[in-house]
Design a protein around this ligand. Structure first.
Ligand code: JFB
Length: 236
């Protein structure tokens, strides 16, 4: 069973949104497990201090290495990647999520404050990952994002509905547009081709739309797609 261990000073906010919908049903059905470790439980002073002022001065506070180190050591982390959510981490991609979903599970360290003491990152071999180029106030929401992305890929969690969107994204294209009844809504109609019953024509239209949307919205993905397509047609 895929196991997520989350180390945080806000254990009460878990499972949060992971307890609802698809991930929640999968959690209840035993497709994955979540254990939440309260980092503050490993502080030793009467105020259960987990942070201190930065060496060298400057703004904010830094999470103490000894407290976090003890929390990691109390967690059975073997055979699972140990990730630290961080704005300076390697950007997460769907390809990486697919690899992480094939692991035994994850150990996710959520920092707060300005960050955590650099020595604990090295000493416990934490890999820094980021969910995107914007700044959050802590690692907890990022950890939930990463867990959600992994859980929906676990065997049996999602039906066949997952695969088309997945294939499209993994191939490097955005998804084609979707429609359902009514055929006409507020004067807007479903594209004729989708009502034609011609599955070849429908597939071609969806492919063309996926390519158009990628070209218009994501020039970065489109350039990468063209590079792969050209390389692929040379080598077969
Ligand atoms: C994650 C965090 C902070 C340093 C720290 C802990 N994509 C992402 N953006 N922000 C975070 C993230 C991820 N993953 C993130 C963990 C922590 C942000 N902070 C706040 C703000 C600025 N510099 C503390």
């Amino acid at each position: 069973m895929w196991r997520a261990s989350v180390l945080t000073i806000f254990p009460d906010i878990f499972p949060g949104p992971l307890g609802a919908s698809l991930a929640g049903r999968a959690l209840a059905s035993g497709a994955w497990t979540l254990d939440v470790v309260d980092i503050r439980g490993f502080a030793t002073d009467k105020h259960r201090t987990v942070d201190d002022t930065p060496a060298g001065g400057g703004p904010g506070m830094v999470m103490k290495p000894n407290v976090l180190g003890r929390a990691i050591d109390a967690t059975a982390t073997e055979r699972r990647p140990r990730l630290l959510l961080s704005p300076r981490g390697t950007p997460l991609t769907q390809t990486r999520v697919e690899a992480l979903a094939r692991e035994a599970g994850l150990v996710l360290v959520c920092g707060r404050f300005e960050g955590i003491d650099e020595r604990v990152i090295a000493a416990r071999d934490l890999e820094e990952v980021s969910i995107g180029d914007y700044v959050l106030s802590g690692g907890e929401i990022a950890a939930m994002v990463l867990i959600d992305a992994c859980v929906r890929l676990l065997p049996g969690v999602m039906g066949a509905a997952a695969s088309s969107a997945e294939e499209s994204f993994t191939e490097g294209l955005l998804e084609y547009p979707h429609y359902t009844r009514p055929q006409s809504w507020e004067g807007r109609t479903i594209p004729e081709v989708l009502l034609s019953g011609d599955h070849g024509k429908i597939a071609a239209w969806r492919r063309a739309e996926a390519e158009r949307l990628t070209r218009e919205r994501r020039p970065d993905l489109w350039a990468a797609f063209l590079r792969r397509f050209r390389a692929g047609s040379q080598t077969g």
